[in-house]
Ligand binder design. Structure first.
Ligand code: 0PR
Length: 373
């Protein structure tokens, strides 16, 4: 195909997609990446940390990025790697737990992301769901009842996909003393440290809880970086041996983790964004997202929709038996929201591009739609 024809085709496809800046996407957990992340992801497009020896520069960036995120989550020493996202991080953590213990049972809250089902299936493990309490947090009494000699791992969520709820990590940690304990902070990892600095959150949820063995967080969710830039952190670097194989013909003799070739442009992108935003930059973003979440709750209240829980972070779900019907109608009007099945609710994530103006436009359109439904 001629160059201009290819470009026309690419443009056409691009225009079919929904873009965050258009202010109609209210159901995505992904960042609109900062410009600097996009620029440097492109510069490092050919880098592949799967063959580390060819990319010593990129490897240094990854080490610094991991050190910074470790610091944010109070991990000293330890080990970390940039992975393809929350799914890969959860699978890898379960892989370590299985190989470490030789056991099969995973205890996870009912609110765990569906990637846990993939992890259990792939690894031949058994996923047991722990009940939630009235605040949609893992019920520690139920957890205590379910743990037994065959439990390989307990996982908890810091920022659930549906509600942004945070499990009681410290209490779970007391129960998980002798068992591998993984915290999925795919969304919350880049929110909670800043909520804490803003004095809007006070529970310990990270490596300060001694029995936490691993934490995952995604830089492409609240990290303002490009897709895909997940991060997995491990307290004990020796555990790496459980997930590595010989790679005799490469520049490094061991290949660690699930991926061979790793999308390493995202490492440069994430590095660029954390170094330019710094803690202050993220604090500002989180503060503004929380203000907008409160504003959203207020505006939804005016049209008779109440939140399932008081939002802990910038994820808000509103109860309604007509959730699916509303989603379909709003979709027809060009608004992209998502729904929960239990309880029935519509869900909105107040990412930075969901501004007060967007909220005004959306609630106005929703109010009109509700009258005609
Ligand atoms: N853990 C949690 C708590 C998550 O919320 C998610 C994804 C994952 C793990 C898996 O992460 P990856 O998708 O990076 O593998 N949460 C969102 C979801 O499944 C992801 C998402 C993002 C969905 C953008 C839609 C969208 O437009 O709902």
């Amino acid at each position: 195909m001629a160059m201009d024809e290819v470009e026309r085709r690419l443009r056409e496809a691009y225009d079919k997609d929904f873009h965050f800046e258009d202010g109609h996407v209210l159901g995505s957990m992904c960042s609109k990446p900062e410009d600097i992340a996009v620029k440097y992801q492109a510069l490092f497009a050919e880098a592949n940390l799967g063959n580390r020896g060819l990319y010593p520069g990129t490897a240094e960036l990854e080490e610094e990025l991991i050190a910074d995120i470790s610091g944010l989550m109070h991990l000293k020493g330890g080990w970390g790697q940039v992975v393809g996202g929350g799914t890969e991080a959860n699978i890898t953590a379960m892989w370590i737990a299985r190989n470490l213990s030789g056991k099969k049972k995973i205890l996870a809250p009912e609110s765990a992301h569906f990637s846990m089902k993939k992890a259990a299936d792939l690894l031949g493990m058994e996923l047991l769901e722990v009940r939630l309490d009235d605040d949609y947090r893992m019920d520690v009494d139920d957890l205590r009842r379910r743990i037994d000699k065959d439990t390989a791992v307990i996982m908890a969520v810091a920022g659930s996909t549906e509600l942004g709820a945070v499990d009681p990590i410290k209490e779970v940690g007391e129960i998980a003393d002798d068992v591998f304990f993984h915290v999925d902070a795919a969304f919350g990892g880049m929110v909670l440290p800043f909520l804490e600095e803003l004095e809007m959150w006070s529970e310990e949820w990270d490596f300060r809880v001694e029995s936490v063995d691993s934490i995952s967080t995604d830089m492409h969710k609240m990290g303002m970086a490009t897709v895909p830039s997940g991060i997995l952190l491990l307290r004990n670097r020796e555990y790496v041996n459980l997930i590595s194989v010989e790679s005799p013909y490469l520049t490094s003799k061991r290949n660690i983790g699930l991926a061979g070739t790793r999308p390493s442009g995202a490492v440069a992108g994430a590095y660029a964004v954390i170094k330019t935003l710094g803690r202050e930059g993220y604090r500002k973003i989180v503060r503004s997202c929380m203000e907008n979440t409160r504003y959203l709750v207020e505006k939804m209240g005016e049209i008779g929709l109440e939140p399932v829980i008081k939002p802990v972070m910038n994820v808000a779900a509103f109860r309604t038996d007509r959730a699916e019907e509303i989603r379909r109608e709003m979709d027809r009007l060009g608004w992209k929201i998502s729904t929960l099945r239990n309880p029935k609710a519509i869900r909105i994530i107040a990412m930075p591009y969901v501004t007060k103006e967007v909220i005004n436009d959306f609630t106005e359109a929703l109010s009109d739609a509700l009258k005609s439904l």
